[in-house]
Design a protein around this ligand. Sequence first.
Ligand code: ADP
Ligand code: MG
Length: 257
Amino acid sequence: MSGDDPVNRLPTLSVENLSVVFPGGVTAVENMSLQVSEGEFVAIVGPSGCGKSTLLKVVSGLLPAATGTVHVHGPRQGRPRIGFMFQRDTLLPWATVASNISVGCELSGLPKEKYQERIESLLELVRLQGYENNYPAALSGGMRQRVSLARLLAYEPDIYLMDEPFGALDYQTKIVMGRELLRIWEAGRRSIVFVTHDIEEAVALADRVIVMSPRPGRIVAEHASTFERPRDPRTLRGDPRFGALVQQIWAELTPTD
Ligand SMILES: Nc1ncnc2c1ncn2[C@@H]1O[C@H](COP(=O)(O)OP(=O)(O)O)[C@@H](O)[C@H]1O
Ligand SMILES: [Mg+2]
């Protein structure tokens, strides 16, 4: 069997009939099934508290499933690499930008003599050349998320789990970061699961948008977002088909009864 044969290629993420129950009996996720193919960009939207973060935590192994299964497959031998990015940056405040990114290099198993080269190319990729010796406190929120992204890229994950990574940024910075993420993703094409409560952001970035119900989170709809790539999230917002899809998802998220 050839690993390159698309028929035999395993999905990067496969979630089957997953339910998550917290101690005390709160069901956060109910019977979710979801597959993410290699190189696919999937966004998950849902109201606050519907279980989006819980889903990502179970996928990353931070939380156990009550029922159902989660499989992550990487192309390399051994354990798949799962990268996680949060809304709030989790940078080490006492370490420089370069040292923060080197954490990703270390986790990836890169030989130490190659750190410098990888850090330099990542700083260029996230457009932070010249900031390697700065501390996080001296950077804006958008720049800190660029460092977080560089650290994540340094680890070379098989799948990126992104939990509202730009949710704390102002509107304009969020759009710029979305464009940057697409540029980086288009160059490397790893699988991404991108959680957001921002419908426009989901439609602008992803290949597929999954809509969750209020808690307990279930999948209520799924849409292909087939806008031509490469995309510019700024101009895309002027496309009437974009507005129509956003409206449709908005209606699914706020059903009238
Ligand atoms: N550790 C926990 N113990 C009990 N309930 C929790 C815990 N973490 C989250 N929840 C509850 O599970 C639900 C889903 O939470 P979460 O996944 O964080 O939602 P989202 O990310 O979609 O806003 C919420 O109602 C939340 O209060
Ligand atoms: Mg959350």
